[in-house]
Design a protein around this ligand. Structure first.
Ligand code: FAD
Ligand code: SIN
Length: 534
């Protein structure tokens, strides 16, 4: 049991922002399923979008976000996030985030696809690390925050887990914390709290190729869904156009800022016209069109000419400029025998971001009282059908704080948790078929890549749905019979999330933003969210 007021599941940008805000008044427990810095936040490269350049305006950032989002964004959310961006950047600076400065001492702003101005605050090409370091440093120094790594949350605690469920006056829609598997002890523990914030990140690992780290298995989305929350817009999985193509290194991102600083996409040697710059044929914004457009263009060229990859070339810029702007990418590529100052980089699209998620309002509130969500796990209305570059970290800071503020302002309305049942440890049999879990992990990621990727058809989606249901039956049976392990917990969640993605994609009878199907290639007149209710 817990003696903390608030439970936060996730220690990335969203979770730590909420923790630091709440710790001014409350005792906060933060769980991470691996290392505290193991989420996507630490891997972010390009930066954080904010209106800071003279001549730039909130209206322009709002318009760019809505344009990238193909009209599906909720305008009040976009306004809320964009208008809070400069303050969020200032808070990070106050916490010690070491952002890159221009020669005049102001923040250096870079540019990325879909942005009509320079508005990306960054720390060279490793912004996420600078942010994670600043937030983690502040959290570790705060006596009101307890950070617990290696705790894999399994399910949210709801009224049905109370020792006397019917005795609770709070109805069946309250969340009181979570059960989590302690990797060190091998046992499942109860963590109760008056409020719980899901900050578990995205579900990139549903796909075979993804820039996201190993833990991005959609646990928070699956847990919230099982508890009774609505989940929305799950068909909009974002594919980043430029992931390094390399037979050994599978998920290394080449930041969009490379294109922002002048990089060109070209056909490689195997194409009939090597060196041809193809983006101008696809969009007037060329390499700086929104991601869905650039990723689809690359996919189309790869399929048209039977290529393994295309080239991203910035070798026409001064070598010193390239090394200064992209020191980490330069070093990584040199280690792999590629000198980006003199030769092009082989790249392919890879899954990158989960636009859909647990549906929240402007306060981070979900459908269940006592349960909040912030960051990539959520669907706040900011991204619509396609996220604009560098708006994601921003969403984490703004909603991490919004959820914390709402909890603080409504603390007296949040009841104490009732006595909660311990986790049922009677399933004490250890599995002797770990191979089933490993096999199913691989299978799901493979068919999601093949059938639910950048270009979809109804037939392929139906195939995927059939496969998901077969796997679900197998894993449900397995889950019911054996002791839980971190891999099994994640597999169960991957299947849940894959089912939600496929179901949402089948519901959408149009092409919009990141969801492109050859059966319905046109955009429908009205922009409607796909909202699934349990
Ligand atoms: P994360 O940072 O992913 O953290 C998730 C946390 O939840 C982790 O602590 C994890 O351990 C924990 N967790 C998950 N499941 C469980 C569980 N079952 N039990 C306990 N804990 C759990 N966005 C930008 O805006 N700008 C960029 O430049 C940018 N670059 C990117 C580059 C890469 C390579 C990637 C992958 C993403 C990038 N993004 C970028 C996206 C952005 O980094 C993420 O959307 C954002 O960091 C998500 O933060 P988060 O706090 O929601 O989750
Ligand atoms: C990148 O650096 O290209 C990633 C930026 C983002 O995902 O917003």
């Amino acid at each position: 049991m817990s003696d903390h007021d608030i439970l936060i599941i996730g220690s990335g940008a969203a979770g730590l922002t909420a923790a630091i805000t709440l710790a001014e008044r409350f005792k906060v427990l933060v769980l991470a399923k691996g290392a505290i810095s193991g989420g996507s936040t630490a891997w972010a490269q390009g930066g954080i979008a904010a209106v800071l350049e003279p001549g730039d305006t909130f209206e322009s950032h709002i318009a760019d976000t809505m344009d990238a989002g193909a009209g599906l964004n909720r305008e009040e959310t976009v306004e809320f996030v964009v208008e809070n961006a400069p303050a969020a950047i200032q808070r990070l600076i106050d916490l010690g985030a070491d952002f890159t400065l221009a020669e005049d001492g102001d923040l250096h702003l870079t540019r990325e696809g879909g942005h009509s101005h320079r508005r990306i605050v960054h720390a060279d090409d490793a912004t996420g690390w600078a942010v994670q370091e600043a937030l983690e440093g502040a959290a570790k120094a705060n006596p009101n925050i307890t950070l617990m790594p290696d705790m894999v949350a399994i399910d949210l605690i709801t009224d049905r887990h109370a020792e006397s469920p019917s005795a609770s006056d709070h109805g069946s829609d309250h969340v009181w914390g979570a059960y989590a598997f302690n990797k060190a002890s091998g046992h499942v523990e109860r963590f109760t709290a008056r409020a719980t914030i899901l900050a578990t990140g995205g579900a990139g690992r549903t796909y075979l190729f993804s820039t996201a780290p190993r833990g991005a298995t959609g646990d928070g989305i699956a847990m919230a869904w099982r508890a009774g929350c609505r989940v929305s817009n799950m068909e909009f999985m974002q594919f980043h156009p430029t992931c390094l193509y390399n037979l050994e290194v599978k998920n290394f991102l080449i930041t969009e800022a490379v294109r922002g600083e002048g990089g060109h996409l070209k056909l490689p040697g195997d194409a009939p016209n090597p060196g041809h710059r193809f983006m101008p044929e696809f969009d007037s914004r060329e390499e700086l069109a929104p991601r869905d457009i650039v990723a689809r263009a690359i996919d189309s060229e790869i399929k048209r000419f039977g290529l393994d990859y295309v080239h991203l070339d910035i070798s026409h810029r001064e070598p010193e400029f390239v090394r200064d702007h992209f020191p980490n990418i330069y070093d990584k590529l040199i280690g792999l025998g590629i000198d980006m100052t003199t030769e092009p980089i082989p790249v392919v699209p890879a899954q990158h971001y989960t636009c859909g998620g647990v549906r929240i309002d402007l306060n981070g509130c979900t459908d269940m009282s006592g349960l909040y969500a912030a960051g990539e796990v959520s669907e706040s209305g900011l991204h619509g059908a396609n996220r604009l570059a560098s708006n994601s970290l921003l969403e984490c800071f703004v909603f991490g704080e919004a959820a914390a503020n709402h909890i603080r302002d409504h603390w007296d309305d949040l009841p104490e948790p009732p006595p909660i049942q311990p986790w049922d440890e009677s399933r004490v049999t250890d599995s002797d078929e770990e191979v089933v879990v490993q096999h199913n992990w691989r299978e799901i990621r493979r068919f999601m890549w093949d059938y639910v990727g950048i270009v979809r058809t109804t037939k392929r989606l139906e195939r995927a749905q059939h496969r998901v249901e077969l796997l679900r039956q197998e894993v449900d049976e397995y889950y019911g019979n054996f002791r839980v392990t971190p891999d099994l917990i994640e597999l169960r969640n991957l299947i849940e999330v894959a089912a939600l993605i496929v179901r949402s994609a089948l519901v959408r009878k149009e092409s919009r933003g990141l969801h492109y199907t050859t059966d319905y290639p046109e955009r429908a007149g009205e922009a409607l969210d796909t909202v699934l209710a349990p």
